[in-house]
Design a protein around this ligand. Structure first.
Ligand code: AMP
Ligand code: ZN
Ligand code: FE
Ligand code: FE
Length: 282
């Protein structure tokens, strides 16, 4: 099984990178991509805990925003971690997420919801990418709801009055940076409309011109019809299709390997990367 999109506590997942590797092995995964939000800080620990039978594709899920304010997530895999400009964009995004969290908290406080930055940061592993899920965890800890999902539904969704965006590159810029760093770019869950507005089908053309290699077709937030439509789109555009769990540990219901990538698609994708191959433990 090939699962190309997972998170750890380096962003808003709940497993450490070592735990993720162990669970992937136990789940029968053969190729796993580590794709924390806007960070590669988990790469070292994950590679260190690798065992024979599992290949590790190192990557990140880059938060992007279109010029008209639509949130897009871009998976970058197998890119060179020393590419300065790409790392600078990730660092800028991570930093900006703190100021943005302050604004979200201020809006909530104004509305009478009692939550503080200290409580949110208490939910964050050291050096991890801060996100709304950590705020949700802090609110769950206060007894305001039972789960992240419930908090997102009530207060933290993209159309909520408390929503504030953070600095993000455009999808085209992120794709170009991933490609310049020798990696491959796959747009994550492009039709997951539960999360807010999604990009038009026409915009995929512009992404392919920027170098997009594939589309994440098989994802739990896509309907059966959307999977059919996206399969036709990847055919028409001459790019690849992937499937993945978007595993977040206990942070979401998503189970490792619940959606997977076909071996021929992965082989073609990996062959497009020029900076690095998967990490293997002999
Ligand atoms: P942020 O990056 O801070 O804008 O937060 C977005 C993250 O929140 C995404 O990576 C999702 O994994 C997570 N998220 C979005 N909706 C939900 C939800 N309903 N329940 C739990 N997590 C969610
Ligand atoms: Zn996440
Ligand atoms: Fe995502
Ligand atoms: Fe994700």
């Amino acid at each position: 099984m090939i699962d190309l999109h997972t998170h750890t506590n380096i962003s808003d997942g709940t497993d450490t990178p070592a735990q993720l590797i162990n669970k992937a092995l136990a789940s029968g995964i053969e190729v796993l991509a580590l794709t924390d939000h806007d960070s590669i800080a988990g790469w070292g620990e994950a590679a260190q805990h690798l065992r024979p039978g599992l290949d590790l594709a190192l990557g990140a899920e880059i938060s992007c925003q279109t010029e008209d304010g639509i949130s897009v997530h871009m998976l970058g895999l197998l890119f060179d971690s020393e590419h300065l400009e790409l790392q600078e964009v990730l660092a800028q995004t991570r930093e900006n997420r703190h100021g943005r969290m302050g604004k979200i908290i201020a809006r909530m406080n104004e509305a009478g919801i009692d939550i503080s930055m200290e409580e949110v940061l208490f939910q964050l592993s050291e050096g991890a990418t801060l996100g709304r899920p950590h705020l949700a965890d802090a609110m769950v800890a206060k007894g305001l709801a039972k789960s992240r999902d419930e908090i997102f539904e009530k207060w933290l969704h993209n159309n909520s009055p408390y929503y504030v965006a953070h600095y993000s590159p455009t999808p085209e810029r992120a794709i170009k940076l991933i490609k310049a760093a020798g990696g491959v770019a796959v747009i994550a869950h492009p039709m997951a409309s539960l999360r807010g507005r999604t990009v038009s089908v026409e915009s995929f053309t512009s992404y392919v011109e920027a170098g997009l290699d594939g589309i994440e077709v098989f994802h739990r937030d896509h309907s059966a019809d959307q999977k059919i439509l996206l399969t036709q789109i990847v055919k028409d555009l001459g790019i690849l299709r992937t499937g993945s769990s978007d595993y977040h540990g206990n942070g979401k219901l998503n189970e490792l390997g619940e959606n997977t990538t076909e071996p021929d698609q992965w082989e073609a994708l990996e062959s497009k990367a020029s900076a690095r191959r998967v990490v293997k433990k002999a």
